[in-house]
Design a protein around this ligand. Structure first.
Ligand code: NDP
Length: 262
């Protein structure tokens, strides 16, 4: 990575994997545009980036809902106004929402696809003209759930499969113009996603972590830092010939899914 010459826009950076990636990019001297709906959490991530050594004039925060086109336009426009360019787009904002097919309503489909898929496509469209100028790249945060079915998470799995398809399509469409597009596909990673799932109960959270750990050959969950390192690799010049790839950071969860008892 070329350090401070890089400007990175990130969708969904106020928490979890996005916040972890923001801090790592800050350590590596990238200017950052961070976004999310929760202003307090966004400020917390900004502070962590400053504590990691980022200068105050190298970070921009944009509060808003990324499913709203106005927020997407504001994020891109303000990033370019402040930094003059965009080198890297990380499409991270996304949500896990459990559901069985028998219970799915139209509004559930709209909600999950709006955030996990449509906002990725639309933000990418807005960023591409700037990425073209910078010969930049895109990292989409997909999931191991794009290729293995997670129980009662049909819509979520479908959205992440769509992200893998979009990653390949965008890598094909923009490759000749020098833009690389990849996705990172994590297994279960310790983020607020899991604490929300158990209503913040610490005992239930430990049980959930133990249960999740067993799905991975490495017998543990991932940490946000481990995903962040992979995002930073794909965004860096070290990955200059890597494009159209779905890179699993999943402790061999996908490999385990193919195992049968013998
Ligand atoms: P978190 O809930 O910790 O973070 C989600 C981020 O997305 C937050 O910054 C949140 O900000 C932002 N976000 C959510 N909805 C919106 C919205 N409508 N508009 C703007 N920002 C939004 O989740 P994770 O870190 O766990 O997940 C991040 C990504 O990683 C997701 O795409 C998820 O699917 C993927 N993933 C996570 C895994 C895990 O085990 N944790 C495994 C595989 C993939 P705010 O709330 O402030 O709006």
């Amino acid at each position: 990575m070329k350090g401070s010459q890089k400007t990175r826009g990130e969708k969904g950076s106020s928490s979890g994997i996005g916040a972890g990636a923001a801090v790592l990019f800050a350590k590596r001297g990238c200017s950052l545009a961070l976004t999310g709906r929760d202003e307090a959490r966004l400020q917390d991530t900004e502070k962590k980036c400053l504590d990691a050594g980022l200068k105050e004039d190298m970070v921009l925060t944009v509060v808003g809902d990324i499913t709203d086109q106005k927020t997407r336009e504001e994020l891109i426009n303000r990033t370019v106004e402040k930094f003059g360019k965009i080198n890297i787009l990380v499409n991270n904002a996304g949500i896990f929402a459990p559901c069985l097919i028998k219970d799915i309503e139209e509004k559930d489909i709209d909600f999950l696809f709006d955030l996990n898929v449509k906002s990725v496509v639309m933000l990418t469209r807005l960023a591409v003209p700037h990425l073209l100028k910078a010969k930049g790249n895109i990292v989409n945060i997909s999931s191991v759930a794009s290729t293995i079915h997670l129980h009662a998470a049909t819509l979520y799995c479908m959205t992440k499969a769509a992200i893998d398809a979009f990653t390949q399509a965008a890598a094909s469409e923009f490759g000749a113009q020098g833009i690389r597009v990849n996705s990172v596909n994590p297994g279960a990673v310790k983020t607020p996603t899991f604490s929300r799932a158990v209503g913040g109960d610490p005992d239930l959270l430990e049980k959930l972590y133990d249960a999740q750990a067993k799905f991975h050959a490495l017998q543990r969950m991932g940490e946000t830092d481990e995903v962040a390192e992979t995002v930073a690799f794909l965004a860096s010049d070290a990955a200059s010939f890597v494009s159209g790839t779905t890179l699993y950071v999943d402790g061999a969860r996908r490999a385990m899914a193919g195992m049968t008892a013998s």
